[in-house]
Design a protein around this ligand. Structure first.
Ligand SMILES: Cc1ncc(COP(=O)(O)O)c(C=O)c1O
Length: 368
C-alpha cells in the first residue's frame, strides 16, 4: 500500500526548508580542511573537564535531573536563583523552548537581521511567522522600525548581543526602549563572555520581566559538542518554559562537563585570551589586504566584506575550501554578496587562514 505521506505532514513543516547540516557533515568528513565556519572554540576540553565526563559516564545507566546544582550556580553568577534558570541541549534548544512557549502557529516573531539563523528556522518549524527588520547599514538596531513592526500578533522578539555575524553589542538605551514595548524579548548572549569587558544584561530582568537572556557553553567555554545552553529569566517565565522542556534534555555528561568547565577558570581564561587576541589580529591583518574590510567583533568571529572581489559569498567559500579553509558565506543570511564570516582559531590557524586569504585575493585580482 502506498500513502501520500506529504498530505499528513503539518503545513509549516512541509513548507520549511530543511536546516542544512551539510556544512557540518562536510567538515567532519574532511578533517584536512580547517573548520572556521561555525564559531566553534579551537581549544579542546581541558583535562579536568575530560575527567568529569569520564566520572559521569560511569553513571550513564541513570537518568539525569534538570540540573538543579548547575542552575543554582549559574543563577548565582548572574545575581539570581535556581528558579530563574533553565538548561537546554545547547542554547538552540533554549531558543526552540522559548518559541514553543510564546508563539502559536500564525503568530509573529520579530527578528532584526542579519543575525543567527536559528531564530528564523525554529520559528518556521513551529508555524510562527518570522518578521524581519533590517539592521541599519552601520549594523546598529533600528529601534523605531522594530517598534513599528510590532502588531497584535507579535509574541516574541529576538535580539542577539554581541550580534552574530556583525559582532556588536546592543546599546542599553536601545534595548530599554524595545523592552518597554512589553513583548517577550530574548537577548541571546551566546558570546557575552568574550566581550572586551563582559556586560551581561541579565540584571534588567528585575525591571523588565519580559526579558529572557540566552547563554551557551558552546563558545567561550568550548563545549559545542557536549550541548549545554541555558536561559536566565523571571521565575514565572522559567516556570512556563519548564513545562515545554523535554525532561532529561541535558545529558549527565553535559551537566558534568559544564560544572567542570566553570570550576576550571584557568582554562576558561586561556580560551578567552586566545579568542580576544586572535580576533583583533585577524581584523587588523584582514584590513591590510587591499579591497577587504573586516569589522571589529566582540564574538569569536570576524565579518568580512569581500564584495570588491566580484565573487558571490558561496564562490569565496568554495574557493577557500579548495585551499583547505572552510569559512561561512553570509549572503544566505540576509547579507549582501561577498560578505563572509570567519571563526577565530588558534594563532597557528589564524596565520594559516591569513596566508591562504592573502594569496587568494592576489590571485583573484590578477585574474581580473
Ligand atoms: C548567537 C548564537 N546563539 C546560539 C548559538 C548556538 O549555540 P548552541 O551551541 O548553544 O546551540 C550560536 C551558534 O553559532 C550563535 O551564534
Amino acid at each position: 500500500m502506498s500513502t501520500d505521506i506529504d498530505k499528513f505532514v503539518v503545513p509549516w513543516v512541509r513548507a520549511a526548508a530543511p536546516y542544512s547540516d551539510r556544512h557540518m557533515e562536510f567538515a567532519w568528513s574532511h578533517p584536512e580542511v580547517l573548520r572556521m565556519m561555525s564559531n566553534e572554540n579551537p581549544i579542546p576540553p581541558s583535562p579536568a573537564v575530560l575527567e568529569a565526563i569520564q566520572q559521569a559516564a560511569q553513571l550513564g545507566n541513570l537518568y539525569p535531573d534538570s540540573g538543579p546544582a548547575l542552575r543554582q550556580r549559574l543563577g548565582e553568577m548572574a545575581g539570581f536563583g535556581k528558579e530563574n534558570v533553565i538548561l537546554g541541549n545547547g542554547s538552540t534548544d533554549i531558543i526552540d523552548i522559548i518559541i514553543t512557549t510564546f508563539a502559536a502557529p500564525g503568530d509573529e516573531v520579530l527578528i532584526p537581521v542579519p543575525t543567527f539563523s536559528m531564530y528564523e528556522a525554529r520559528a518556521k518549524i513551529r508555524g510562527a511567522v518570522p518578521v524581519f527588520v533590517p539592521l541599519r547599514p552601520d549594523f546598529s538596531w533600528d529601534v523605531d522600525a522594530i517598534l513599528a513592526a510590532i502588531t497584535p500578533k507579535t509574541k516574541l522578539l529576538f535580539l542577539c548581543s554581541p550580534n552574530n555575524p556583525t559582532g556588536i553589542q546592543i546599546p542599553l538605551d536601545d534595548l530599554k526602549r524595545i523592552l518597554s514595548a512589553g513583548i517577550p524579548t530574548v537577548v541571546d548572549e551566546a558570546y557575552y563572555e568574550l566581550e572586551n569587558e563582559p556586560r551581561t544584561l541579565a540584571y534588567l530582568i528585575r525591571e523588565y520581566p519580559n526579558l529572557i537572556i540566552s547563554r551557551t557553553f558552546s563558545k567561550a567555554y568550548g563545549l559545542a559538542g557536549l550541548r549545554v545552553g541555558y536561559a536566565i529569566a523571571d521565575a514565572k517565565v522559567v516556570d512556563y518554559m519548564m513545562r515545554v522542556r523535554i525532561p532529561w534534555n541535558v545529558s549527565l555528561l553535559a551537566l558534568a562537563a559544564a560544572q567542570a568547565a566553570l570550576d576550571d577558570e584557568a582554562s576558561f581564561l586561556e580560551k578567552r585570551r586566545t579568542i580576544i587576541e586572535g580576533r583583533q589580529y585577524l581584523c587588523d591583518e584582514i584590513n591590510k589586504i587591499p579591497g577587504l574590510r573586516a569589522f571589529p567583533s566582540e564574538g569569536n568571529f570576524v565579518l568580512i566584506d569581500a564584495s570588491s572581489l566580484g565573487k558571490t559569498s558561496e564562490q569565496i567559500r568554495d574557493e577557500l575550501i579548495e585551499r583547505k579553509v572552510f569559512i561561512r558565506p553570509m549572503s544566505p543570511h540576509h547579507m549582501g554578496q561577498g560578505f563572509v564570516r570567519v571563526t577565530v582559531g588558534t594563532p597557528e590557524q589564524n596565520e594559516f587562514f591569513l596566508q591562504v586569504l592573502r594569496a587568494y585575493v592576489e590571485e583573484v585580482r590578477k585574474g581580473k
